[in-house]
Every structure is written in C-alpha cells, then in structure tokens.
Design a protein around this ligand. Structure first.
Ligand code: AMP
Length: 170
C-alpha cells in the first residue's frame, strides 16, 4: 500500500516554516488504517510486550490500537498537569526553550517490556524524553515505533540505543 498517498502536507502549520504531516486522511480510510496498524505490529506478534506507551496527543491515535493487537496495556505520556494521579516528569529541549512530559508513576512496573509509539519522529526530543520516563520506572524498551519518520532531522540518532521502526520515511 502506498501509505504516503494518505499523508497530507500542510505548510505553515502550526507555525510558519513547518510542513505539518497530517495523518487524518489515513485515519479516515478503513483499509489504510488497518494496513498501517498491521504493519506497525509486524514482527512483534511473537515478542512479549506488556505496555504500549503513547505520547500526547497523536500517539494516542494508534497507541491503544497497537496495544490491543499486541495484547498489551496502553499508558499515556502527557504534557504537564494533564494526568490526574502522581506523576514522574522529564524535561527536554526544544528549538527554543524546554518542554516537559509526564507519566503516571504506576504506569509501568519494573521489568515490563515496552513499545513507545508516536505519530511522527522529528528531532527525537520527545521520543528521548519518553524513553527516559519509561526507563526511570524500570521499563525495558523493546522498540520505538512511528508512523512517520522525518529522516532529514536525524531524530533516530537520539534514540539509537534501541530499535527504531517507522512505517513512512521522508
Ligand atoms: P520531535 O520531538 O522533534 O521528534 O517532535 C515530535 C513530536 O512533534 C511528535 O509528537 C509529533 O507529533 C510532532 N511533530 C513534529 N514535527 C511534526 C510535523 N512535521 N508534522 C506533524 N507532527 C510533527
């Protein structure tokens, strides 16, 4: 399947200079949606995975779907102040300034096998911070999984100590 034909480029969103990779055309199409989630779990069906961790907010779109396919639970990672229970935080660098991500302290148990999923791998800062949260809780990262990788931003370099899988590469 030509997955790229289901990704829409939106120039200057959310701000000037950014070409936003809009995955809603793919989500809208049942065959593309099914094929994408099948491909993302390909090669993992025989691997033990306890939790799929998804990053706010578009990591929540495929995250629970992948978790269900892998017979795993789903754990959200969110922006500060969004998770209601006790959290662990990790700050990471942006182009200008820093941002923070949070996870519930009981989201992952020590020794659990974890798949980390997001829609887009860009500079890798988000994925690296998510990885740190998982490892602080004692989770073992099995794979970083993305629908889209913007390879020209070299995000893979930041998380190369673990396997990285992406369905669509630009
Ligand atoms: P980064 O931390 O730079 O790897 O950025 C990854 C996060 O930003 C992901 O959660 C993406 O959803 C979002 N993101 C970054 N660049 C884009 C883009 N060009 N199109 C859509 N989402 C993006």
């Amino acid at each position: 399947m030509d997955f790229k034909s289901y990704i829409r480029d939106v120039p200057d969103f959310p701000k000037k200079g950014i070409v936003f990779k809009d995955i809603t055309p793919l989500l809208q199409d049942y065959k593309a949606l099914k094929a994408a989630s099948e491909h993302l779990v390909d090669g993992l069906l025989e691997t033990k995975i306890d939790k799929v961790v998804g990053m706010e907010s578009r990591g929540f779109l495929f995250g629970p779907m992948l978790a269900e396919r892998l017979q795993a639970g789903f754990v959200p990672i969110r922006k500060p102040g969004k998770l209601p229970y006790k959290t662990l935080s990790e700050a990471y660098d942006l182009e200008y300034g820093t941002d923070t991500l949070e996870i519930h302290i009981d989201g992952i148990e020590k020794g659990e096998k974890v798949l980390i999923h997001d829609d887009v791998l860009a500079t890798g800062g988000t994925a690296m911070a998510a990885g740190k949260l998982v490892e602080k809780l004692g989770g073992e990262i099995v794979q970083f999984s993305f629908l889209i990788e913007l390879s020209f931003l070299n995000g893979r370099e930041k998380i190369k100590s673990h396997p990285v899988n992406s369905l669509i590469t630009y």
